[in-house]
Write a protein that binds this ligand. Structure first.
Ligand SMILES: Cc1cc2nc3c(=O)[nH]c(=O)nc-3n(C[C@H](O)[C@H](O)[C@H](O)COP(=O)(O)OP(=O)(O)OC[C@H]3O[C@@H](n4cnc5c(N)ncnc54)[C@H](O)[C@@H]3O)c2cc1C
Length: 474
């Protein structure tokens, strides 16, 4: 189930790291964050290498819907309540500037990546008061926002908040162009980081600065990011429709709201968010049914899913990884708004590494705890403890013969098995190698997923999403 981006790009391969090297900055992860940051640092004269576990853009950036917008759901009114107008304005300014920065890079380098300017609509068919409050808050923060009852969608909506000057693009064509002058080692998974040394499975990089741009940091202590975030997945359909696709980008704020954007003659239709490890299937069917009501007769050209980190404090952690390691940096917790967040991270971390001041440093500092994080942190910790403890519960040992073809199933104490079409059994440990939570079978994606921190493993037990870094094959 490849995304439309992977189906329409072939990023040229890079060799793995095979010998020890020294550099000024080592970046872990070649997604939007890692590539934008490396580009910025290299332009500032720094020597940078990127270590990528798989391929450039193979992480969540390859599964995004690539709306470049400062409109991040019903967000700004709440942010003002939480942080006050001054800090909320810093957030708004940083993300609007990020859109302009994408525009500048695409124009100056003449990058062919289907970049288009557009408007962004936050729509609802119920909660008009919330939309008006959001439009008002965004306007107060300096964004080009307004409430409108004219919503150009095929289904009637009561109203929307409209932001002008937003954009869309093809994220992998963009990434490929920007990465062309950068030193990236692919198939070079980082397995350990110690002081100023980054160790891959084959070699070591010694660096003055180390950046975790790997989506979910896999070092648990210090930092404790696993306690401050969980992951949520959602599905996307690329639809060929009889009517021309909508020109702008849309995000529904109601519980059954959808995300829409055009790509060429298609509409990308997304929705149905759920916490990773808790999905019980049927998400694509549900989305296809809704798509058929919105665009009768539409044909599905591609379907895929992806996941993003959701921070307990409600906005990203970008800055020094922890007070114990002042030369380590991190950017994570993007809440599915990673295009502008990655650009914000590249600007902020780029300035911090180059010892320049940046107006966003205080806002995003990861060590800034807020009491509002606590309920989420406590509930997530409770979930993790219950999941780990559940390994001790007595379980019925099922015969391996009971596993039907094409399905994964728990077969006993801490063991699961998947039977492939050629009738081979793939037996795995159900103890997540990250922190030991109990993995669940996701029958729709045919993966073993962790409900605590969102690690995922394919049907054969290979790790496909962190924070876990090891396989569960037995
Ligand atoms: C369905 C969906 C739709 C979305 N749509 C939008 C949208 O329209 N607009 C928007 O702004 N945001 C959107 N997002 C969010 C956005 O896609 C992500 O926030 C963003 O792509 C994250 O980029 P990243 O570089 O931080 O992570 P990634 O792209 O995941 O990159 C991290 C890289 O690190 C590598 N890595 C991991 N561990 C290691 C290791 N140990 N060693 C070496 N490499 C490692 C991975 O292989 C990966 O390539 C969406 C998210 C989802 C789930």
């Amino acid at each position: 189930m490849s995304s439309i981006w992977h189906m329409t790009t072939a990023i040229s391969q890079r060799p793995p790291l095979t010998e020890d090297i020294r550099t000024e900055v080592a970046i872990i992860g070649a997604g939007m964050t890692g590539i934008l940051l490396a580009d910025r640092l290299q332009s500032a004269g720094k020597e940078v290498v990127i270590l990528e576990a798989r391929r450039i853009g193979s992480g969540q950036t390859g599964g995004t819907t690539a709306k470049i917008t400062a409109q991040h759901g019903l967000f700004y009114a709440d942010l003002i309540d939480r942080l006050g107008e001054k800090q909320a304005a810093v957030y708004a300014k940083g993300h609007q500037q990020a859109i302009e920065e994408y525009r500048r890079i695409v124009d100056e380098r003449n990058i062919s990546c289907d970049f288009k300017n557009c408007r962004s609509f936050l729509y609802s068919d119920r909660d008009i008061a919330a939309l008006k409050r959001e439009a008002d808050a965004a306007k107060r923060l300096g964004l080009n926002a307004r409430y409108t009852e004219s919503v150009p969608l095929p289904v009637d909506m009561k109203g929307a908040v409209c932001f002008d000057d937003q954009a869309i693009f093809h994220p992998l064509k963009f990434l490929d162009a920007v990465a062309s002058d950068l030193t990236v080692y692919e198939k070079s998974p980082v397995i350990r980081v110690e002081n100023n040394r980054v160790m891959t499975d084959r070699a070591t990089v010694t660096a003055d600065f180390i950046v975790f741009a790997c989506h979910f940091p896999f070092v648990n202590f210090p930092g404790f990011y696993f306690k401050r975030m969980h992951q949520e997945r959602s599905c996307v359909l690329a639809l060929k429709t009889e009517l021309p696709p909508p020109k702008d980008i849309y995000f529904g704020v109601d519980p059954d709201g959808f995300s829409l954007r055009p790509y060429k003659d298609m509409v990308l239709f997304g929705g149905g968010s759920y916490r990773t490890g808790t999905g019980c299937g049927g998400h694509y069917d549900w989305l296809k049914k809704a798509a058929n009501e919105w665009f009768p007769g539409a044909e599905v050209q591609a379907q895929w899913s992806a996941q993003d980190t959701v921070p307990a404090r409600g906005f990203p952690y970008i800055g020094r990884f922890s007070v114990d390691h002042l030369n380590w940096f991190v950017a994570t917790g993007y809440r599915k708004w990673g295009m502008t967040s990655a650009m914000v991270a590249a600007k902020l971390l780029g300035d911090m590494i180059c010892c320049r001041e940046n107006f966003m440093e205080e806002l995003y500092a990861p060590d800034l705890f807020s009491a509002r994080e606590l309920p989420q942190i406590l509930s997530d910790s409770g979930r993790a403890v219950a999941s780990i403890a559940s390994h001790a519960l007595p379980r019925r040992v099922r015969s391996l013969r009971s596993v039907p073809t094409g399905t994964g199933k728990e077969v006993g104490w801490c063991r699961g098995a998947y039977r492939s079409d050629d009738l081979r059994l793939h037996v795995v440990s159900l103890r997540c190698p990250h922190l030991g939570c109990r993995l669940h079978w996701n029958r729709e994606e045919k993966t073993w997923d962790c409900p605590c921190h969102g690690s995922r493993f394919d049907r054969h037990g290979r790790c496909i999403d962190g924070p876990a870094q090891r396989d569960i094959r037995l």
